[in-house]
Design a protein. Structure first.
Length: 317
C-alpha cells in the first residue's frame, strides 16, 4: 500500500501483499467498480466462512482473507466495516511482550513468532491506512512510525510518513521523509514510486513558499508519470493530469501564465476523458484555467470557464 501520489488520498485496493500466494479468481485485482463490489461480496462470504470454522481451521486462513477484505473496503472508503474487521482480528495479531522485545532487538524468531510479528505489522499498516482515510492523521502517523521502529525505513514507508506529516502541516518533517525515500530509491537503484515522492516533496516545497524549488520537482514527477503511462496503457492517466495541475499551479504562482495555461489545459483534457465532465477534478481544472485566462486578459473566456466550474461545484451531492 501507498498513500496516493502527492494527493490526499489512499489507493489500497490496487495493491496486494508480496506474500499472497493464493491464486484463486477471488484474489485477482479488480478495477471496474462493479468488479470491485462483486469481489467484496465474495471476500465477505469467505470471511464469514472462515469465522464459522475458526476453531477448526488454522488462524492464517481467517487472517489472510480478513486482510484482503480490509484492503478492498479501504479502497472503496467503506471505513466503518474495515475498522470493524480490524477490531475483530486485533487480538489474533497482537504481540506479547516476548514477541515485541525479540522484534525490537532483531533477535531470531521461531516460525510461529515470526508469523505473529508479520500479522501484527499487516494489522498496523491496514489500520494506519484506515485512520488516514478517516482524516485521523496523527493516529495514522503513530502507526506508520511504529512500523518504522519495527522494520526500519523503506522507500514506501518513508513516502507514507512524508504524506502524513504534510497532512498535519509539519512540512519540514514531511520534506525530510520524502528526501529519505528518494535516497533509498537511489541507493537501491530502483524507480519505485519516485513520481509520488517527487510530487509530495514538490508540493511541500510549494507550501513552504519555495515554489521556485518546487517547480523542477513537480516537472520530474510529471515526466515520471508520462513515461509510466506510455509504457503501460493500463496505468491510470488521471495521475498525469494531477501532475499537470501541480506544475500549472506552480507556474501560475511564478506569474508564468502562458506556460501555466498550457499545463492546466492539458490536465482538463485528460480529466474530461478519464473521469468525466462532472468530476470534482474536472471542476477544479476548469476553475483554475478560468482564473489563469482572466489573469492573461482573456476575460470572457475565463469567465465562461469559471461559470462552468461553479455549476459543477453547485451540482455536487
Amino acid at each position: 500500500m501507498r498513500l496516493g501520489d502527492g494527493q490526499t488520498s489512499v489507493d489500497a485496493s490496487s495493491h496486494r501483499d508480496d506474500d499472497d500466494d493464493d491464486d484463486s479468481d477471488d484474489d485477482s485485482v479488480a478495477s471496474d467498480p462493479d468488479q470491485i463490489t462483486a469481489h467484496e461480496a465474495r471476500l465477505e462470504q469467505r470471511y464469514a466462512h472462515a469465522l464459522a470454522l475458526k476453531q477448526d481451521k488454522p488462524r492464517d486462513e481467517l487472517l489472510n482473507v480478513a486482510f484482503k477484505l480490509v484492503d478492498n473496503l479501504i479502497g472503496q472508503y467503506k471505513l466503518n466495516r474495515a475498522e470493524e474487521i480490524l477490531q475483530h482480528i486485533a487480538q489474533d495479531c497482537a504481540l506479547t511482550d516476548i514477541h515485541r522485545d525479540a522484534a525490537d532487538a532483531a533477535a531470531p524468531l521461531d516460525n510461529a513468532a515470526a508469523e505473529r510479528v508479520r500479522y501484527h505489522l499487516k494489522h498496523v499498516q491496514a489500520l494506519a491506512f484506515c485512520r488516514w482515510k478517516q482524516y485521523r492523521f496523527r493516529e495514522a502517523l503513530e502507526l506508520f512510525l511504529e512500523q518504522e521502529r519495527m522494520i526500519g525505513a523503506s522507500a514506501n514507508l518513508c513516502e507514507n510518513i512524508g504524506h502524513t506529516y504534510s497532512s498535519i502541516g509539519e512540512l519540514d518533517k514531511a520534506a525530510e521523509y520524502f528526501e529519505r525515500s528518494l535516497a533509498i530509491l537511489e541507493t537501491n537503484n530502483v524507480e519505485g514510486n519516485k513520481g509520488g515522492v517527487l510530487m509530495g516533496l514538490g508540493l511541500v516545497k510549494d507550501r513552504s513558499s519555495k515554489t521556485d524549488e518546487a517547480l523542477p520537482l513537480l516537472r520530474q514527477a510529471l515526466e515520471f508519470y508520462q513515461r509510466r503511462t506510455a509504457a503501460s496503457p493500463k496505468t491510470d492517466s488521471s495521475i498525469v493530469a494531477k501532475a499537470h495541475m501541480a506544475v500549472g499551479k506552480a507556474l501560475e504562482k511564478l506569474k508564468r501564465l502562458e506556460e501555466a495555461d498550457d499545463q492546466v489545459d492539458s490536465a482538463l483534457r485528460i480529466f474530461t476523458r478519464t473521469v468525466g465532465d462532472s468530476s470534482p477534478l474536472t471542476a477544479n481544472a476548469l476553475g483554475t484555467l478560468g482564473r489563469i485566462r482572466v489573469a492573461r486578459g482573456m476575460k470572457p473566456e475565463g469567465a465562461e470557464l469559471s461559470r462552468r466550474a461553479l455549476e459543477l461545484e453547485v451540482g455536487k451531492d
